[in-house]
Design a protein around this ligand. Structure first.
Ligand code: ZN
Length: 470
């Protein structure tokens, strides 16, 4: 009996050894695969936090989508802990809503929101979420940020931390940087970007703060067609960044000219405004220009510079050009030497004094365009004329002023208008976007001369980029 059994076993071992091994391997394989599958359902390694020791998590799991949102753990500050948790829960809800329509093909969609926490001055917690959506190995990444005051454990509204000066500086720097970079250059001159990047608090709300640097996040389709990450030191904003993060204050310089980038290969025109500055109209024109990432040249009368110093500084600090249109508008061709020199130079001296010698006028426009050899010889500036006269002072009709520009405009033109008339502001409101839509850059006369590599000597008359005459 025993022998028989042993023989049987021996026969089994010998005869079916190969089959047995195949089955065993198959079973092991199945167990292995099953285990991996079960593990995968439990916690795919993709969904693990990089903050292993200090993260809490809120999760959601369906057969199609698994989401894990981590948040910072704080044992010492219950208020901050519950705020962090509610922020994570809100993000989880948002991600659930975003992925509700996802139907898995083979693998479920894995979504992880992991955080980076940066503390500043032991008071401000800047939380940056990196959100990764893993669809069968194809990973999409986006970012989300929030800022907390740890003294009150309140969220800080990101639209409330910049004053208007800060926003204008941010917009100018951002636009200049996007124009300067090859990858973003073309789009940065287009109207959609110009509108999206205007100096409004709502346009600059997605940022984290780390060691004195603001990291801005602009998802594809908000500013440009591509995802943009852009850095700016908070020290550039000084006290205009309204949280004290040790950034200090700006120098008390009266002049702070925002950066501008001009493309010499793109068409450009110069809007020029005579006879101001005007305390109401000029700032309105400057706001239009800033909204559209543009600048103009203002040929000012000296007596009005004396009367409206703030408006004069506003021109310079908007990135536009301050230039001279004499002290009080006489016909220069009728003046004797002393009077002529006074009219040619007094406005420049006033602007130098006003700006503590940080800004110098480089261009002069003679009243009525009246010039003779004596004026040319006495002038320490190129004499800027114009080649499109809008006649805005005569018609006082925004429609007609707009038409006079749009019907004639070409690359390199210098367009004459007057910022002392309210109707001209109305015209500018339409002219500026219409010129940009036609592909023009709106630049100062000085910027155009430089961009086009032109030299205009003192006393020479500049009518346009195509016409400079003795
Ligand atoms: Zn004039």
């Amino acid at each position: 009996m025993a022998n028989k059994k042993r023989r049987k076993q021996r026969r089994l071992n010998k005869g079916n050894l190969i089959i047995l091994m195949v089955i065993a391997i198959a079973i092991l394989g199945l167990i292995g695969a099953g285990t991996a599958y079960l593990l995968n359902l439990g916690q795919p390694s993709f969904l693990k936090s990089g903050n292993a020791r200090s993260a809490e998590v809120v999760k959601d799991k369906t057969s199609d989508v698994q989401i894990a949102v981590y948040y910072p753990k704080s044992e010492s500050n219950a208020g901050w802990q519950s705020l962090a948790e509610s922020q994570a829960q809100a993000l989880l809800d948002q991600l659930k809503a975003e992925t509700a329509d996802f139907n898995k093909a083979k693998k479920p969609l894995l979504v992880k929101a992991d955080y980076q926490l940066i503390l500043t001055q032991e008071r401000y917690a800047s939380v940056l979420y990196t959100i990764q959506k893993n669809d069968g190995g194809v990973i999409q990444e986006s970012a989300k940020t929030y800022l907390v005051d740890l003294q009150s454990n309140q969220l800080i509204d990101p639209a409330s931390v910049f004053d208007q000066d800060a926003l204008e500086w941010i917009a100018a720097r951002f636009r200049a940087d996007m124009k300067a970079q090859e990858a973003t250059r073309e789009e940065a001159y287009g109207m959609p970007f110009i509108q999206a990047s205007a100096a409004n608090s709502g346009n600059y709300t997605s940022f984290s703060l780390e060691e004195g640097v603001l990291h801005f996040f602009f998802p594809a389709g908000t500013m440009l067609s591509q995802d943009i990450r852009w850095d700016m030191p908070v020290s550039e904003l000084g006290e205009h960044f309204l949280l004290d993060v040790g950034q200090g204050t700006l120098d008390v310089n009266k002049v702070r000219i925002p950066p501008r980038v001009i493309d010499p290969n793109k068409p450009m025109v110069c809007l020029t405004f005579d006879d101001g500055p005007h305390p109401v109209n000029t700032p309105e024109i400057l706001n239009i220009l800033k909204n559209y990432d543009s600048a103009a040249t203002f040929f000012m009368q000296g007596f009005r510079v004396e009367r409206y110093p703030e408006t004069t500084l506003n021109i310079i600090n908007s990135g536009s050009e301050a230039a001279s249109h004499s002290f009080n508008h006489p016909k220069l061709t009728k003046l004797k030497d002393d009077d002529l020199n006074y009219q040619l130079n007094r406005t420049t001296e006033l602007v130098q004094e006003l700006t503590d010698w940080q800004y110098t006028i480089r261009l002069f426009r003679p009243p009525y365009g009246a010039v003779n050899d004596k004026v040319k010889a006495a002038s320490a500036y190129p004499l800027v004329m114009w080649n499109i006269d809008t006649l805005d002072w005569k018609t006082r009709d925004p429609e007609q002023t707009h038409a006079n520009v749009m019907n004639e405009v070409k690359d390199g033109d210098i367009i004459l208008m007057h910022d002392i008339h309210a109707e001209t502001v109305e015209a500018v409101q339409r002219i500026v976007p219409d010129l940009i839509a036609q592909g023009y850059q709106l630049v100062t006369v000085d910027e155009m001369l430089e961009a086009k590599g032109l030299t205009a000597n003192n006393g020479q008359r500049v009518f346009s980029s195509r016409s400079i005459k003795d």
